[in-house]
Ligand binder design. Structure first.
Ligand SMILES: Cc1cc2nc3c(=O)[nH]c(=O)nc-3n(C[C@H](O)[C@H](O)[C@H](O)COP(=O)(O)OP(=O)(O)OC[C@H]3O[C@@H](n4cnc5c(N)ncnc54)[C@H](O)[C@@H]3O)c2cc1C
Length: 209
């Protein structure tokens, strides 16, 4: 991921997507071979096209996202980081973002190694467990942790899955289970502004092993 603050602006759309010419190979390199692609797919957000206040006068902001393998021994980001950054600056020229390098005034690159070590994201896999059929929805780890009573999990690696709207649902599910286990009757009507809770006498404590 790259955040760039650049001098000037590009008269290009807000959202820009490039799909690798050999997309199957690109996916195979990410998912199976765990190597970096020579023609990565990528997304460029040129948000200053929509909102000029995102950057100081005469400047604009670019956000570049290239899907790559999660942390794997095949890729040493301390060695690959610089070359991959240069490759991405060449790649984005394919969509019209030419001559970006000389205009960069601020730059921030975040690799899977950074997500892993700086942000505690397991293996730098920002989308968590893959969305394969065998680990989606109810096949993801359940919100009431099955190995330890009284432990609840939530987030992208949990039922129902990754992506912010789904993660909010995961939070709702975990909260509901927790409140249920503590003996609260929860009114989760969609129309309610906030869930109302009422404690019942029976089952007022969760059971622990
Ligand atoms: C570049 C990028 C773009 C994305 N774009 C989108 C998008 O457009 N739409 C969308 O829906 N999703 C998007 N996502 C995915 C989305 O951001 C994640 O799926 C979501 O943030 C995961 O939420 P989470 O709560 O499961 O985990 P996280 O947001 O990773 O939160 C986990 C937190 O726990 C902390 N933590 C970890 N270990 C410990 C520990 N031992 N002790 C204490 N704290 C700890 C971490 O530091 C972190 O703050 C994007 C992700 C990235 C990286």
């Amino acid at each position: 991921m790259m955040y760039l603050g650049i001098e000037g602006r590009y008269d290009l759309p807000h959202h820009n997507i490039h799909i690798s010419e050999n997309y199957e190979r690109n996916l195979d390199e990410i998912e199976n071979r765990h190597v970096l692609s020579s023609d990565p797919s990528f997304y460029v957000q040129n948000a200053s096209a929509t909102d000029s206040t995102l950057a100081p006068r005469g400047h604009s902001a670019l956000y570049i996202l290239a899907p790559v393998t999660h942390q794997h021994s095949n890729v040493d980001w301390s060695k690959e980081r610089s070359a991959f950054r240069d490759l991405m600056l060449k790649q984005i020229a394919k969509l019209g973002f030419r001559g970006v390098e000389s205009r960069i005034r601020y730059e921030r690159v975040i690799t899977p190694a950074d997500w892993d070590t700086r942000y505690e994201v397991y293996r730098g896999a920002t989308f968590n467990l893959a969305h394969t059929l065998d680990q989606m929805l109810h096949l993801r780890p359940h919100n009431r942790f099955e190995d330890l009573n009284g432990v609840y999990v939530v987030g992208g690696g949990t039922h129902p899955g990754s992506g912010l709207p789904v993660i909010f649902e995961s939070a709702r599910i975990s909260s509901r289970l927790l409140l249920e286990d503590f003996g609260f009757d929860v009114d989760w009507q969609e129309s309610a502004n906030a869930p109302s809770t009422q404690r019942t006498e029976k089952n007022s404590q969760p059971t622990f092993a």
